[in-house]
Structure formats: structure tokens, C-alpha cells
Design a protein around this ligand. Structure first.
Ligand code: 4AD
Ligand code: MG
Length: 467
């Protein structure tokens, strides 16, 4: 085979050097044609777009051409020419083809026909080679870049918090235990000798990096985490994963209004980044997955988010219910936790804009949130999005050592495990706050995909840890 440097298909299509000899490598998406000429659509993952390879049948070994089927991997050398056919501007007239890897059509599960998302989940190791998952993964990468850029440009430090921890950051008890002990062989009384465990105490996978993030923020001023988090909540919904990625900025000297400004500015930046950098993939998804996708993305960056106290939100929901709106989970009034259908009603039907909901009842939220003077509500700032419901959970933090200590005790949590956390309040305490963005929920929103299992390469959900 003629040795010339390989060109990525994205680069080749961006600036086509017509009439030069090029080398492309990739996987066959489809092959069609007749006894004289074959057309191969080749994709190398650099773009949603394929390059068309034109094969003059008489110049190639028939055995080789027979083996070029959907899914096979090829290296192609040929002349790049303006295309005579519709659907592409350039094509490659193949002079040499090397078959790297066959994909037996009797066994390769990804044939040309459209597959259901459920089927593709069963072959998550191969679904990455479909157009849809290629688009989703490129957008996922771009969102990670946007997030790091945003915080870097705004003076936040990337701060890495532990994955294994002995505390429960949310105090909700939804943790996966980490142990090297054989728990089936515990003492006669059922007691586990955790002093003999790897860390000498009971440990778990983190549900959130926030508590350690607060240690960073109260020293460095502004930090953000971006890492995996784990929740053993048995929620089999299109919006919950047992292992998901979270971005948690934490900022010293911030009040509730500043925090809401930060949430809104940050998430708009990410969506705008997708519009500026992922348009080919977004157009594909807009056509194939959700025809309202581009309109929704444009409207989110344009509109001001509504800022809505919980108490008012519940009133709106009660009125809607009184007027006959049927909720699957009835609105029971002040003090209720909102279900995603309630959040979506406010966002999609009532305001038709994203909503930042504030001042929730303390009882339905985590222990670390700062209480308002009314003693009943606290300074939460959750962002509710169309199609998603809660995309960000945030709050101003309780900075009083005494109040925080009392709250931890009142909730029956073990004060001992939070000693180091309480030191931030004991020594040089300061007003501060932050939030957590669920990375996969952002990807769900930006791609228009319906199920959170389809925006992460290998989802972990109850009864599923395949791959
Ligand atoms: O609202 P949450 O539980 O808040 C926290 O963890 C805080 N420590 C954040 C902070 O203030 N630093 O979770 C934050 C976000 C949610 O709004 C949601 O987007 C996402 O994380 N999330 C999940 N995403 C996927 N699967 C799950 N099981 C999720 N649980 C929360
Ligand atoms: Mg939350």
C-alpha cells in the first residue's frame, strides 16, 4: 500500500484538497452499488459525516470487496475529487484498499436498519459506532471542555475530592460500601470489625464532593470539582444513574443572588458552547431524535431564568390542580417534595422558561443549607430545566458553627464523622455557597436524548453493571 499520511475525515471535509491523493481509515457504515462500481460510506469518529469511497470493481480483488461489509475497518488510499453524486461534496476514488478487520454480517449486530435504544443498550460496547452515539459522545466531550474553560476563565481552581470517603455528604444514606472484608463472615453477633477493614473504619463511595469542596473554597476562594459520584438509590427512571459525573463549584463570599447568577451564566455558557462547536452533531440529533432540540437550546441561552420561591411555586401547582390539571403525584401543599412532573409543569407549561427555585422547606433538603430568618425555609437554589426537571442542586451553606452542629445532631447524623467539616465553621468561617450540576443531565438536555442511560458510555443502574 502506498504510504501517505492518514487524514481524519473531519479535516478532509473541512478543507478538501481536491485532486490530491489521500489516505483515510475508518469503519464501513454502508456499502452499496452494482457490478461495476461500489460506494462505501466510511466513518472514523472525527465527525458525524462519512466520506464516500468510490470503488471501480474491476480494479479490485472480488474476494476483498466481498469482505467489505458494514462494520468492517479499512484503510483507503485514493484521489480526492469533487463528487458527481448528490449528498456529498467530495469523494475518494479508491486506488488501494487494505482491510484491517472484517465484520461478519451474520454476526455483527449493527446493520443498516434503525435499532431501538433498548437494543443498543444491550450492545453498549458496539453502539458507540452508530451515528447517534458518536454524536452524543462528541458533545459529551465538548461539554467537559466547556466546563473546564468556563471555570478557568472565571478564576476557579480545579479541585479533586476523594472518591472513597467515610462521610455521607448528602446525609441521605444512599451509599455504596467500600470494603476488603468478607461481610458474610462477620462475628457471631453480626458485628463487623471495621477496625480490621482496609481503612480501619467503614467507608463508602462518595455521593458528592461538596464537603471537601467547601474546604477548598474556604482556602482558595473558588474551586470546582468534576468527577464521578455514586448513589445507591433504587430509582429506575430515565434521569437517574447509580454512577454519574458531577460538577460542583464552591465559592467563598457569595450570597444567594450571586449564586443564582453564577448558575445561570455557567449553564448558558455550556449550551452556547455546544451551539458554537457541535453544530453538525446537533443538526443530526435535531433531525433524528428531537425536532425541537435546536429551538430549545437557542431559547435557553436567550431567556432570563425565572427566580421562583418554593412557596410561590407550590401555590401555582395547587391552583393548576384545582383547575383540573392531573398530576400523577397529587400536589399536597407546602412541605411536599416536588416530583419531576411538578418541576416540568412549572418550566414547560407555566413559565415556558428555566426556573431557579429558591427557599425550600429545610426538612426536604440537606443538612448543610443555610436557614432563612423564618426558621422554616433555607437558601436553596435549584435550577429546573425543560425536559429534565432538576439539572442543578445548589445552596448557600450554613456558616454558623452552632447552627450546623445542632442540625447534624437533630438529624441523628454522627457528629464525629463531620468534625473536620465543622472546623471550616470553627476557624475563620465565612459566607459561602455552591451547586452541583449533574453532567449526564446536562448532556441529556443538550443532545435531546430521552434516557440518561444513553448519554454515558457504560451506564450503571440497579441490576446493571455490564461492560
Ligand atoms: O441535588 P444534588 O443531590 O446535590 C448535591 O449533591 C450537592 N452536594 C450539590 C452541591 O451543592 N454542591 O445533586 C446535584 C445534581 C442534581 O441536580 C442532578 O442534576 C444530579 O446532580 N443528580 C443525578 N444525576 C444522575 N443520576 C442521579 N442519581 C443523580 N442524583 C443527582
Ligand atoms: Mg437535589
Amino acid at each position: 500500500m502506498e504510504s501517505i499520511r492518514r487524514t481524519k475525515i473531519a479535516d478532509l471535509l473541512k478543507q478538501p484538497a481536491i485532486d490530491t491523493t489521500v489516505n483515510v481509515k475508518g469503519w464501513v457504515r454502508s456499502k452499496r452499488g452494482n457490478k461495476n462500481v461500489n460506494f462505501i460510506a466510511l466513518n472514523d469518529g472525527s465527525s458525524i459525516k462519512n466520506v464516500q469511497v468510490v470503488v471501480d470493481v474491476e480494479n479490485f480483488d472480488a474476494e476483498l470487496l466481498k469482505k467489505i461489509t458494514t462494520g468492517a475497518c479499512l484503510s483507503v488510499v485514493g484521489k480526492l475529487v469533487a463528487s458527481q453524486g448528490a449528498g456529498q461534496s467530495v469523494e475518494i476514488q479508491a486506488s488501494d484498499i487494505e482491510l484491517y478487520g472484517e465484520a461478519n454480517p451474520d454476526e455483527y449486530p449493527l446493520q443498516k436498519k434503525g435499532h431501538s435504544m433498548e437494543f443498543l443498550r444491550e450492545i453498549a460496547h458496539l453502539r458507540l459506532r452508530t451515528n447517534t452515539f458518536g454524536a452524543v459522545m462528541r458533545i459529551r466531550h465538548n461539554m467537559a471542555i466547556a466546563i473546564h474553560r468556563y471555570f478557568h476563565e472565571h478564576g476557579f481552581y480545579y479541585f479533586n475530592t476523594p472518591i472513597i470517603t467515610a462521610s455521607d455528604a448528602e446525609g441521605a444514606g444512599e451509599m455504596f460500601q467500600v470494603t476488603t472484608l468478607d461481610l458474610a463472615r462477620t462475628g457471631a453477633d453480626g458485628d463487623v470489625a471495621y477496625d480490621k477493614d482496609f481503612f480501619g473504619k467503614k467507608t463508602n463511595l462518595t455521593v458528592s464532593g461538596q464537603l471537601e469542596g467547601e474546604l477548598g473554597a474556604t482556602a482558595l476562594g473558588a474551586i470546582y470539582t468534576f468527577g464521578p459520584t455514586f448513589r445507591a438509590e433504587n430509582s429506575n427512571t430515565p434521569r437517574h444513574l447509580a454512577e454519574f459525573w458531577m460538577i460542583e463549584p464552591e465559592v467563598a463570599f457569595i450570597d444567594k443572588d450571586d449564586l443564582m447568577d453564577l448558575e445561570e451564566d455557567f449553564i448558558k455558557y455550556c449550551v452556547q458552547w455546544a451551539l458554537d462547536n457541535c453544530m453538525d452533531d446537533l443538526e443530526f440529533l435535531n433531525k433524528m431524535i428531537d425536532t425541537t432540540l435546536l429551538d430549545t437550546l437557542h431559547s435557553v441561552v436567550k431567556e432570563d431564568f425565572v427566580r421562583l420561591p418554593y412557596t410561590e411555586g407550590v401555590k401555582i401547582l395547587e391552583e393548576a390542580q384545582a383547575k383540573g390539571h392531573k398530576f400523577e403525584f397529587p400536589v399536597t401543599g407546602w412541605g411536599m417534595d416536588l416530583a419531576s412532573e411538578h418541576e416540568r409543569f412549572l418550566v414547560e407549561e407555566y413559565f415556558k422558561r428555566p426556573v431557579i427555585m429558591t427557599d425550600y422547606p429545610s426538612e426536604i433538603k440537606a443538612f448543610y443549607m443555610k436557614k432563612n430568618a423564618d426558621g422554616k425555609t433555607m437558601q436553596g437554589t435549584d435550577v429546573l430545566f425543560p425536559r429534565i426537571g432538576e439539572i442543578i442542586g445548589g445552596s448557600v451553606r450554613e456558616e454558623s458553627y452552632e447552627k450546623l452542629t445542632n442540625e447534624i445532631k437533630a438529624r441523628g447524623m454522627e457528629l464525629d464523622t463531620y468534625k473536620w467539616y465543622l472546623d471550616t465553621r470553627k476557624f475563620g468561617s465565612c459566607p459561602h455557597g455552591g451547586f452541583g450540576l449533574g453532567f449526564e443531565r446536562l448532556i441529556l438536555f443538550v443532545t435531546g436524548m430521552q434516557n440518561i442511560r444513553d448519554v454515558i458510555p457504560f451506564p450503571r443502574t440497579p441490576k446493571n453493571a455490564e461492560f
